[in-house]
Structure formats: structure tokens, C-alpha cells
Design a binder for this molecule. Structure first.
Ligand code: MN
Length: 376
């Protein structure tokens, strides 16, 4: 089994309400993604205007190793705007669910099929590779999706993007739908999942298991509303759960995550899997004691794989082993009574301040404790 990552941070990620990247930021993110080994990336929407097209052309001019995609609606104007911008492939998006076909487009299924035939052929005549983006594919009639794919392929499209536009699917329904489409067509299938129910990564993995060839991701899960499937989660999930390699060097994740967080103005929550600040921090006494005995006791994967390391922090749930370990690293060997006495101070500090004591706090606790014990 295989999976090609097509990261859409620079398109769907940027489409997030209130997010806009400038040219330098887009170029820096594109470089970082390419350097880390991301195979493909969607870099913008040419119809947005001359400035956007200029940025797209600059990224195309970098000679990155990644394939480049641009996005447009299944419209004449959008398609023409993509000509000559230097991308390798264009994704032309069109609603495929009855609800959107009638209530958004005011059209019917036949119109959608005719539109696909006409615009895909035209894009091919311009020499572009084409992906047909099936907007709201999760709510589309499955037989109609088969027709859409057949029509797209007949007109010369090489890929179909299955967009769970509203994040409505679960992994079981995703698997079933992709599997059915897969058995009847050899077109490239790209899963585009949204995280409205917190299932974007699970749905993306399910689609890959069902035979999807490509997966859309965004750094930190940036994207419309609750966001897209996070790059870091999909890549690590594929590797650790299914042994599927994407060619991406995961040690670059912290750097790319910071870059995108800064450029988007969307800070990463401390508990965000893989890239969150505190996801490799350990405080609870039983966990720290277990880790100190053997790291395998509480390690699912080595944080070094994603450019991180374990951090033992002291707090309300610490035990005296962790206290002795922390002071040992400061060159102070504690006796058992000292460790127990300091632990009380650490717990009081944690409750009062809602944070880990700094090393200056620890030094103070030690001085206070040893003078107390000496006096006592
Ligand atoms: Mn989307």
C-alpha cells in the first residue's frame, strides 16, 4: 500500500477565516514542506488575482522537488487563470451532492456531468493535468459519484478528489465509500477530510486503507472551521499503524509547525498531538517513575523521530523519584527526607501558580528545606 501526501496548507489552510499569508511566508512554507519531503502541495487559487498568481509563479520558479497543484472552481474563468502559472496539476472543484447541486448551483446532475466534460477537456487542451474536486462528495449519491468519476476520466482527468467538505463522515463510512469507488475505477483518488467531528485523521487513514492514492493534509490541521487532517498526524499514523512511508522526514515537524503557527496567527494548543508543546512532558509520579525505570513503559514512539524529546516536569502529581532526578540534574543529591519536604513545596507552588516551578524556584525550595531540616 502506498500514500502520496498532497499538503494543502497554502490553499485550504490559508482559506481559514482570518488567515492570510504574505509572499515571503508562502515561499518559506513551500520550501520547508519540500525540504521535508512532501511529495505534492496545493499552493494557491490563481483566480484570486494577479498578486496570488505572482506568488504561485514564484513558488513554481523555486524548482522545488514537490509536485505543485493549484485550485479553481469548475469554471471557464478559473481554468483560464491557471494557465501558465507553472503548476503541474490543477484541481477543478464542483459540487457533487444533490443538496449543493440544486441549492448552491441551481442545476441538476446532467449539468454537472456536462460541465466536467467540457472543462476537463479544455484544461487538457491547455496542456494541464487535471484533478476533479468532488465538493461535498460525502453526501453525494454513490452511483452518481461513479458517473462523475467515469466522466472525469473519459474527459482526461487523472485524479478525483473526494472532499468530505463538511467533515461528516466517520472512518467506517469513509472506508466503505472509497472502497466501492476504488473497485470500479483506476483513477487516482485523493481524500480531503475536515475535522468538524475530530475525525479528519481517522477518515484519511481509512480512505488510504480503502485504496485512496493521495491524502490532503495541512500543517497543524489549519483549515476552514475545525481544519483539515493534520500533516503530522497522518504521516505518523500511516507509519506507525500501517507501516506506510510517505518519504517525509518527520524531524522537520516542529520547525514547520512553528512557521505555520506564526504565519497564520493560530498558535498550536499545548496538547496538540505530535507538535504541541507539552505532548512529551511527564509529571505524574507513576509515569515518571516508570519512564525512569525503562523508557518503553510509557513511550508509544520515540519523540526524537519527530524532532522532540521527553521532558520530565515537576508539579502536583510528582513523586519523590522525579524530585531526586530533577535535583540530580542540577548537581544536588537529595536525601529522602529532603525530597519529601521539597515535594510539599512543589505541590503548593503548582496549585498556587498553575505552572511548573522554574529552576530558580527549585534552588529556593532546596535552601529553605535544608535550613529547615538543619534547624529542626
Ligand atoms: Mn476543504
Amino acid at each position: 500500500m502506498n500514500a502520496i501526501i498532497n499538503d494543502v496548507t497554502l490553499r485550504d489552510g490559508e482559506q481559514t477565516a482570518g488567515v492570510a499569508f504574505n509572499a515571503e511566508e508562502k515561499i518559506a512554507i513551500a520550501r520547508a514542506l519540500a525540504d521535508s519531503g512532501v511529495a505534492e502541495m496545493e499552493i494557491g487559487i490563481p483566480i484570486l488575482g494577479a498578486e496570488e498568481r505572482e506568488i504561485i509563479r514564484s513558488i513554481a520558479g523555486l524548482g522545488l522537488s514537490s509536485g505543485l497543484m493549484v485550485w479553481g472552481r469548475m469554471h471557464q474563468d478559473d481554468l483560464v487563470s491557471c494557465v501558465g502559472c507553472g503548476a503541474d496539476i490543477v484541481n477543478l472543484s464542483i459540487p457533487v451532492s444533490d443538496i449543493q447541486i440544486s441549492h448552491k448551483l441551481g442545476r441538476d446532475r446532467k449539468w454537472v456531468l456536462r460541465s466536467i466534460t467540457r472543462h476537463v477537456r479544455e484544461a487538457r487542451e491547455y496542456g494541464m493535468e487535471v484533478s476533479v474536486g468532488g465538493e461535498d462528495a460525502s453526501r453525494a449519491d454513490l452511483d452518481f459519484l461513479r458517473e462523475v468519476i467515469g466522466t472525469a476520466q473519459m474527459a482526461g482527468a487523472r485524479r478525483f478528489r473526494f472532499a468530505d467538505t463538511l467533515g461528516l463522515l466517520d472512518p467506517f463510512s469513509t472506508f466503505e465509500r472509497i472502497r466501492k469507488l476504488r473497485t470500479e475505477s483506476d483513477i487516482e483518488i485523493e481524500i480531503h477530510a475536515h475535522d468538524d467531528l475530530g475525525l479528519a485523521t481517522a477518515n484519511t487513514l481509512a480512505a488510504i486503507l480503502a485504496g485512496a492514492t493521495h491524502a490532503n493534509t495541512t500543517v497543524n490541521g489549519l483549515g476552514e472551521r475545525a481544519g483539515n487532517a493534520p500533516l503530522e498526524e497522518v504521516v505518523m499514523g500511516l507509519r506507525h499503524l500501517y507501516g506506510i512511508e510517505t518519504g517525509i522526514d518527520c524531524r522537520s515537524f516542529p520547525e514547520i509547525s512553528l512557521l505555520v503557527a506564526a504565519a497564520s496567527g493560530r498558535p498550536v494548543p499545548a496538547n496538540k498531538s505530535i507538535v504541541g508543546d507539552s505532548v512529551f512532558s511527564h509529571e505524574a509520579g507513576i509515569h515518571v517513575d516508570g519512564l525512569l525505570k525503562n523508557i518503553a513503559n510509557y513511550q508509544g514512539f520515540d519523540p526524537a523521530e519527530v524532532g522532540r524529546e521527553h521532558r520530565l516536569v515537576l508539579g502536583k502529581h510528582s513523586g519523590s523519584k522525579a524530585v531526586m532526578d530533577a535535583y540530580g540534574k542540577m548537581g544536588i543529591v537529595l536525601t529522602d527526607p529532603e525530597a519529601r519536604s521539597i515535594l510539599v513545596r512543589i505541590r503548593d507552588h503548582a496549585v498556587a501558580n498553575k505552572k511548573t516551578p522554574a529552576s530558580s524556584d527549585l534552588e529556593r525550595f532546596y535552601l529553605e528545606t535544608s535550613s529547615c531540616l538543619a534547624a529542626g
